[in-house]
Design a protein around this ligand. Sequence first.
Ligand code: HPA
Length: 244
Amino acid sequence: MDKLAIIGGTGLDSLGILKVEKREVINTPYGEPSGPIARGSLFGKELLFLPRHGYGHNRAPHNINYRANIWALREMGADNVLAIAAVGGIRDDMPPARLVVPNQIIDYTWGRAGTYYDGGASDVRHIDFSHPYSEKMRQRLIKAACAANVTIIDGGTYGATQGPRLETAAEINRMERDGCHLVGMTGMPEAALARELGICYACCAVVANWAAGKTSDEITFAEIEDNLKLGMTQLVDMLEQLMA
Ligand code: HPA
């Protein structure tokens, strides 16, 4: 594989198995990324790692400097980015702790700096985003999961919401009618920015909870944490095969 970077998400923001050689502070024309970028090795292969919400989980989804994060990773040589993201499950076959590799996105976020081509210091460009994720990278993830005997769902539409609050049941109903299968807060503009810089980008979503209104229970942080822990175990098995 070419140079891989992982962006870790909620509950998945410390890759304990990563052997860190150094952490680099990168300044970008767009400001500072969520934190220093770790350069190290995972299962013996070179890897860059950035926790999307910062090392102390102190950046809410709408306050993440997505432009700086993607820019900094590219500056460090990443040409493949695996985004790990906690999500709510909408579709019946996407229960808590399941891994999903989405293939489409619907963007409900607003007010986020979402392009490098805004006509300021740069020109204005309109990238093709018909298929928002790298198919090659998606297939690598599916193959790795199969080799690791990890159940993973190939495809699904990721609905990106603004957060930081969770959704109402009516919002989830509307998203379901729109065709969303998963809901998360950080999938955009991250994917679009990676495409603008020509980075192969795919997402491995870990279902943390049933989306709002899908069960009669309140969504609790304890439940989210437990499911993410279960998801993380499977994710590590998948990563071992991915790096093999
Ligand atoms: N909604 C949005 N983002 C999320 C959720 C959810 O239910 N769970 C984890 N991230």
